[in-house]
Ligand binder design. Sequence first.
Ligand SMILES: [Zn+2]
Length: 292
Amino acid sequence: MFGECHAHLFMNGYNYHEAVELHRDRPKEDDIREKLRLYQEQGVTFVRDGGDALGVSALAKKIAPEYGIDYRTPLFAIHKNGHYGGIVGYGFDNMKEYHSLVKRAIREGADFIKVMFSGILDFGQAGALTEEPLDAEEIREMIHIAHEEGMAVMAHVNGAEAVRNAVEAGVDSVEHGNFMDEDCLQALAGSRAVWVPTYVTITNLIGSGRFDDASLRRLAEQQGERIRRGLALGVKIALGSDAGAYRVPHAQGIIDEYREFQRLAAPLLTKEELDARLAAAEHKIQKRFFRV
Ligand SMILES: [Zn+2]
């Protein structure tokens, strides 16, 4: 079974506020064990977390080996105050504060640094993001500071310009990567970065009634085309479902993501070729997002 390269163990797949309530005072070990058991049952032995502000992934990392799981975490994600990211981490106002958060993550045992460079998809409005991304200089400096500290960078980033800026600055993984254009996909293909599209965060919403299904289908179609194009260009693409997000249950999320990839890759790659590509990209993540 493939690893889950993008999960948030503290979330439950249906209600963010309930998840926060559950872990508010201290991380609830029973809940963490239950989720780790789900991964174990599916034969998932590698999980990379995207962070939380409640200490859940920190505790999960400690007990995951009991479930035969190699669990990597940034502990918390880092965002610029006033921008998206508060739901999974801490904010900064200037680069000095950013650097302090990077050092704090290192001190507390993070395996890598998770940063937020852009908003999220506006599901009610196909083609739109919820906010303007950080600018090229901020993106470059944030990646540089983390690298200087010896840490790999997992970046939440959407939008062609922001993704290209991150890729050109040497980011280690691009999470989501919605709205990339051809130019951006080619830059990605020529870079060291691994792309984790978290495709099911779109497709699993279809039929939920929360958003307009026609908009969701359009978004899914567009992102599906980008994944196909990425595969054709030789982009390193790994499976990650953003498990814990709405309608993306733990352990099931990665199964859903793999099924979607098989569908998307069908005319282009054989199952063996797809599996080899996905395994190679996951291997890169395993090697890079690690601190001894
Ligand atoms: Zn995430």
